[in-house]
Design a protein around this ligand. Structure first.
Ligand code: IMP
Length: 193
């Protein structure tokens, strides 16, 4: 089955393609399709936003779609940046702007700065909607470390590790990440259909 993954994020697409490698499901991202549609994420939850993306892309291609909405939730910031993770430091901000904003907000607060990444993955084919969730717990550090990954990876250390996600290689991240968890679950549900 061809499955369009509703993302232009190359990092996300690489992670999800690796999860579906060696299955009968062939992942094609919006980036691969040369589609740079800007989908307005007006939902209040990761689940709502994931479905908005899936439905919007389904309406264009009329083919099975997978989408995810994900983000970082920091305990001391009452769950922020949450569903606003992508544009936390403002419209058109960079990943670094977001990281520096988080560091700035946490620097006066006591350690540890507990946080979690959350991912909601959804499949939609115009009839069936299947959802799966994943969470990765850890803490935020007040400096950016590492070169790999994207987003908040340079400031997030998963529980049980000393490295930020950006200091891990791709395979290590894709064993433990929130997105790996949600998409591995989604994969099982789809292969069971
Ligand atoms: P989305 O593309 O609307 O799901 O936005 C997700 C945002 O959350 C990204 O732009 C990142 O800032 C952050 N995020 C989600 N997943 C990850 C991850 O695996 N590592 C680091 N940041 C992430």
């Amino acid at each position: 089955m061809k499955l369009i993954f509703a993302t232009q994020n190359i990092g996300k697409a690489k992670e999800v393609k690796a999860i579906f490698a060696n299955t009968s499901i062939d992942i094609i991202s919006l980036y691969d399709l040369g589609n740079n549609i800007d989908i307005e994420e007006h939902g209040k939850t990761f689940s709502e936003n994931a479905f908005i993306k899936a439905q919007t892309v389904y309406d264009i291609y009329r083919e099975p779609v997978a989408a995810d909405d994900s983000g970082l939730s920091i305990d001391q910031l009452d769950g922020r940046p949450g569903v606003y993770s992508a544009r936390y430091a403002g419209v058109n901000c960079t990943y670094e702007d977001n990281n520096l904003k988080v560091i700035n907000e946490l620097k006066a607060l006591s350690e540890p700065h507990k946080a979690k990444f959350i991912s909601c993955a959804v499949f939609y084919d115009g009839k069936n909607k299947i959802e799966a969730f994943g969470e990765l717990h850890g803490k935020i550090i007040l400096e950016q470390r590492g070169m790999h990954g994207f987003g908040y990876d340079p400031i997030f250390i998963p529980d049980g590790y000393n490295q930020t996600i950006s200091e891990m290689d791709f395979e290590e991240k894709n064993k433990i990440s929130h997105r790996a968890q949600s998409f591995n679950l989604l994969k099982e549900k789809l292969l069971d259909l």
